[in-house]
Ligand binder design. Structure first.
Ligand SMILES: Cc1cc2nc3c(=O)[nH]c(=O)nc-3n(C[C@H](O)[C@H](O)[C@H](O)COP(=O)(O)O)c2cc1C
Length: 304
């Protein structure tokens, strides 16, 4: 029952669900929750359907809902070993606890000169890997640049890449920009990206790090497509995980475009040949403690 698809995010074989009839209680919950209709109820019994919507995504929802451990899905990176009991409800975050975490998180741009232990980063990534993705298994890849010296080497490499962008601020560069980009992107480039690149270059010349703020660790998320949704959700989860681990973080959106334009640099910093750098984040122990929260608002909220 394994089929292939050409879709780039899901070009691996479909999952294979199997039901142990000796253990199944016939509650049918697995069929109710299956998003790809790979399990259906037939004559009061859940059965695996070879031709559901497309195939089993191996999302694992059937295993997560089964009260008797009767169902097992293998394939697409999943096995029966990946099911574990959830912590009791009382041990999970309350709204107040989660809201407090959200409110306390700030983008951290001041770090203590203290290394982050590998076990702590592993824990943070394990938490971040619980993030939802368009299609499981997650196609997001992660590169950890741990240690201040390595981070500074990356900062130097990227600053050199930014220097090439400055040409785009010249009259000839502006013409090229207008040919390559739509009006809002040109404005964004002229009013924001180029001034930021210039500031990063000038700061580096004065031995200051405006790119990574002297963080001891940088985490780079990459993806097989230009789309940045899955990696940004994973990164967002990582920033929250960081907060719970006593760490500060800051998403760094200037890294991907600088790396993207330079194949050699991409490969040097661990982005696989066919992947795109999507988003980066700094990580480290914050040296500044924020006392107050900042109330934020969406540009608009409408119920229609
Ligand atoms: C996608 C994204 C990219 C970002 N890129 C940068 C960056 O390159 N440099 C930086 O200092 N902050 C960056 N930030 C952090 C924002 O500037 C920060 O979230 C914002 O100032 C609000 O502050 P807060 O996160 O403390 O609420 C980025 C944030 C996001 C979500």
């Amino acid at each position: 029952m394994t089929r292939r698809t050409e879709n780039k995010t899901v070009n691996v074989e479909w999952g294979v669900p199997s039901i142990d009839e000796a253990v199944c209680t016939l509650c049918g919950l697995c069929a109710d929750v299956c998003p790809s209709f790979s399990i259906r109820k037939k004559d009061g019994k859940p059965v695996v359907v070879p031709d559901g919507m497309f195939g089993c995504l191996a999302c694992g929802h059937c295993m997560a809902v089964c009260p008797s451990g009767a169902i097992c899905v293998t394939g697409r990176g999943l096995t029966g070993e990946d099911v574990f009991p959830l912590p009791p409800v009382a041990a999970r975050a309350t709204t107040a606890a989660l809201e407090g975490l959200f409110q306390a998180r700030r983008s951290t741009r001041h770090y203590e000169d203290k290394q982050v232990a590998r076990a702590t980063i592993d824990h943070l990534l394990a938490m971040s890997s619980t993030a939802p993705m368009g299609f499981p298994p997650s196609p997001v890849g992660v590169v950890v640049i741990n240690g201040k010296e390595r981070v500074q080497e990356l900062a130097k490499d990227l600053t050199a890449a930014f220097k090439k962008w400055l040409f785009l601020g010249t009259p000839l560069g502006s013409v090229i920009l207008r040919l390559m980009m739509d009006k809002p992107s040109v404005k964004m480039m002229r009013d924001f990206v180029l001034p930021v690149a210039k500031a990063i270059i000038e700061a580096r010349a004065a031995n200051r790090d405006l790119l990574f703020y002297n963080a001891p660790c940088v985490i780079l998320f990459h993806y097989p497509m230009k789309d940045t949704v899955d990696p940004t959700i994973a990164c967002s989860f990582a920033t929250m995980a960081a907060e719970t681990l006593g760490l500060g973080s800051c998403m760094i959106g200037t890294v991907p475009p600088a790396l993207q334009g330079d194949r050699k640099l991409r490969l040097k910093w661990g982005v696989p040949e066919k992947n795109f750098p999507s988003i980066a984040m700094t990580l480290g122990y914050p040296s500044v403690k924020f006392r107050n929260g900042i109330r934020r608002h969406f540009k608009s909220v409408e119920y229609i």
